[in-house]
Ligand binder design. Structure first.
Ligand code: HEC
Ligand code: HEC
Ligand code: HEC
Ligand code: HEC
Ligand code: HEC
Ligand code: HEC
Length: 498
């Protein structure tokens, strides 16, 4: 039989909350409330909006608040239970300031509580900065984000924070990013994010807000020189280089800009419709003169309908520079770069071909298994004793190239992340400049011949590279006569040529 409830006369009436457990709960709740208020204030006043901060502000801090309150109520409930069952000594957990031992404990407790609240404010502030750091995005989410982090760190934007491109100011993007950020963190925790991670086409802010903070199209006048160092897949690994000038901006100051950056000029707008999510297949493009409103539409012969209005996109920087921070080099390109730099020895016959083949074996399915499979592949190809001294270095070099360009466990490499800047391994510019897109009047998209976008200054090897041609050379294709019906990407796919 339970003890009868003690009569009020047995002790002074007092709150059930008057106990140590509730006091601790109260302090935790107060600290959380304080942090919450501070985080909300930072969230609304700081310029750069950050989705992960939202997780701390709207999930973690309220979590502690609820936890603290729950503890306070639990204390009251436990106190009441104790009272009911121990009528003889109902006051066991009571705070009693007339007791000197409890007074001392109380003093220490209040001191500790104040320290705790101060620390939680400091913690919130640190959290704010931490959640937008490159370290948080790239390293804490290391497993998930590894390919993006590796590619980012060697790019031109290695010193630009992730959030500068992925998140920016503005209420609409703020909400979008916040929902997206929460979703990402949950997916990461549950380990059910997609592999490869989808390209954030619709979540990325428009280029004007991101890129033009630091770059603006009018700034580039004239040509940009590019240097490509290739090696053929022959026994001698014959070098083959192309030096060219890209006509980024041909105009003189004051006149409307022409050249490659014409697409982002102020007087005309280029729009397009892509049938796929990777934006590789573009059957329709439109140029609108922003002054008089006239427009010209170019379409492929197969595409006779009208594009859905909500899928028409205005061309911006990222339609060409879509990999400003995360360029996944092709196996071909990565091997050639290592050969040009000398990290991969050119003394091994056919090493260009063998290295690319070793990296693109279909048997490689995990990050961990890759090193062994690459080593086995190279050892099987080079059994000649005379080459034994070169082999270990070459194996290490190919393994190194592999780990920084192909990520099997994340299924991330150039094959899933096209680069649209050129037209050799991906359609790129040729998505529109293929002489197949025609206007109603039958005109093709201009600038589709080899010299409109660039001129070749020199090509070949050795002394051939010393003589520069101002007028531009015709491209000498090392793989034989070029068939005008074929695009480069019909044969070149980043691995070995078909
Ligand atoms: C210079 C701007 C810029 C910076 C800095 C940047 N990114 Fe990106 N990121 C992009 C663009 C642009 C895309 C979309 C690529 C496309 O449209 O093909 C992208 C795509 C991604 C993707 C989707 C997968 C993919 O490759 O398409 C992830 C994940 C990502 N970024 C993470 C990061 C992380 C983590 C950092 C910091 C370590 C970072 N980004 C820094 C511009 C940037
Ligand atoms: C916070 C400033 C900043 C932002 C934002 C930024 N960039 Fe850059 N970008 C730089 C700097 C600095 C360099 C020069 C790096 C160097 O000299 O190596 C650079 C270099 C470049 C280059 C030439 C070098 C190369 O090899 O790629 C391109 C192209 C470029 N940026 C495009 C973009 C695009 C597209 C965006 C928008 C997605 C963007 N940038 C956003 C600062 C920025
Ligand atoms: C039609 C495609 C296209 C568009 C759109 C475009 N670019 Fe470029 N951009 C190029 C090409 C091609 C080059 C030459 C360098 C190369 O091939 O990598 C270049 C060069 C650059 C460079 C390097 C210049 C240098 O001096 O090294 C920067 C920076 C740059 N672009 C930024 C931008 C920004 C910012 C935007 C948007 C406002 C933009 N680009 C829009 C194609 C484009
Ligand atoms: C979405 C379709 C599309 C893509 C992709 C595209 N362009 Fe264009 N480009 C056009 C259209 C449309 C015109 C205008 C054609 C006309 O007026 O006949 C144009 C015009 C040009 C011009 C002439 C500009 C002038 O001076 O008047 C150059 C140069 C050019 N593009 C280069 C490039 C390069 C380089 C790339 C790839 C990095 C590229 N384009 C990708 C659609 C595209
Ligand atoms: C619409 C513009 C445009 C047209 C037309 C064009 N190119 Fe290019 N080309 C580019 C751009 C942009 C790049 C590479 C930029 C980069 O790598 O950043 C490039 C790169 C190249 C390269 C160097 C690629 C490498 O990896 O070595 C060669 C070679 C080349 N083009 C040859 C040609 C030939 C031949 C034609 C005519 C059949 C042609 N191009 C037509 C824009 C164009
Ligand atoms: C019919 C298929 C085919 C077409 C189309 C083609 N190539 Fe090639 N290409 C080859 C072959 C085969 C080789 C020789 C491969 C080797 O020795 O490594 C080669 C070699 C090259 C190389 C030097 C080696 C390398 O792997 O980079 C370059 C650069 C090149 N081609 C650029 C182009 C460009 C630019 C275009 C488009 C204008 C183009 N190719 C169109 C088949 C083709």
């Amino acid at each position: 039989m339970p003890d009868p409830i003690p009569t009020p006369a047995a002790f002074k009436p007092r709150s059930h909350f008057n106990n140590w457990i509730s006091a601790i709960g109260g302090v935790v709740a107060a600290g959380a409330l304080f942090s919450f208020a501070l985080l909300v204030w930072m969230d609304f006043t700081q310029g750069d909006k950050n989705p992960y901060l939202g997780i701390f502000t709207y999930i973690v801090a309220p979590g502690f608040l609820i936890g603290g309150l729950a503890l306070a109520f639990f204390g009251a409930w436990a106190q009441r239970r104790w009272m009911i069952t121990h009528a003889a000594m109902p006051d066991k957990w009571r705070l009693d300031l007339s007791n000197p031992a409890q007074r001392r404990a109380m003093f220490l407790f209040v001191l500790g509580a104040m320290g705790f609240i101060m620390l939680s404010a400091f913690g919130s502030y640190q959290t704010y900065h931490y959640s937008e750091s490159v370290q948080f995005c790239g390293e804490v989410c290391h497993q998930a984000m590894n390919p993006e982090f590796v590619t980012y760190r060697r790019g031109a934007h290695a010193r630009v924070d992730c959030v500068d491109c992925h998140i920016g100011a503005g209420a609409e993007w703020f909400v979008r990013a916040k929902i997206n950020g929460t979703h990402q963190l949950i997916a990461y925790t549950l380990d059910n994010y997609s592999r490869p991670i989808a390209t954030p086409l619709r979540n990325l802010r428009p280029a004007q807000d991101i890129c033009e903070k630091c770059h603006w199209p009018e700034k580039f006048h004239g040509n940009v020189e590019m240097n490509y160092e290739h090696f053929l897949s022959d026994k001698k690994n014959t070098p083959y280089a192309v030096r060219m000038l890209m006509h980024v901006n041909k105009s003189a100051p004051g006149s409307p800009p022409g050249g490659i950056h014409w697409h982002v000029n102020e007087t005309e707008k280029v729009e397009y419709y892509a049938t796929d999510d990777k934006r590789q297949n573009i059957p329709w493009t439109r140029v609108t003169n922003l002054k008089d409103g006239t427009s010209r539409v170019f379409r492929t012969p197969e595409f006779t309908g009208e594009p859905p209005a909500d899928r028409i996109r205005v061309m911006d920087c990222m339609d060409c520079h879509n990999r400003p921070a995360h360029a996944f080099p092709t196996a071909n390109e990565a091997v050639e770069k290592a050969m040009a730099e000398g990290t991969l020895s050119r003394n091994l016959p056919n090493i260009k071909r063998v290295a690319v083949q070793a990296m693109t074996q279909t048997e490689i399915t995990t990050d961990a298994g890759a090193a062994q499979k690459i080593a086995d592949y190279l050892r099987a190809k080079y059994t000649d004793k005379a080459l034994a001294a070169e082999l270990p270095g070459a194996i290490a070099a190919v393994q190194g190239i592999f780990t920084t360009s192909i990520f099997p466990e994340r299924k991330a490499d150039w094959r899933v992340y096209p680069n649209n800047i050129g037209h050799k391994d991906w359609p790129g510019c040729i998505r529109c400049h293929d002489s197949k897109h025609k206007s109603a009047a039958g005109q093709v998209v201009s600038s589709s011949d080899c010299n409109s976008c660039h001129t070749i200054l020199a090509q070949g090897q050795g002394t051939e590279l010393m003589q520069l041609s101002g007028a531009g050379l015709e491209f000498k294709h090392p793989g034989g006569e070029l068939d005008p019906e074929l695009t480069c990407a019909d044969c070149h796919n980043g691995g070995l040529q078909k």
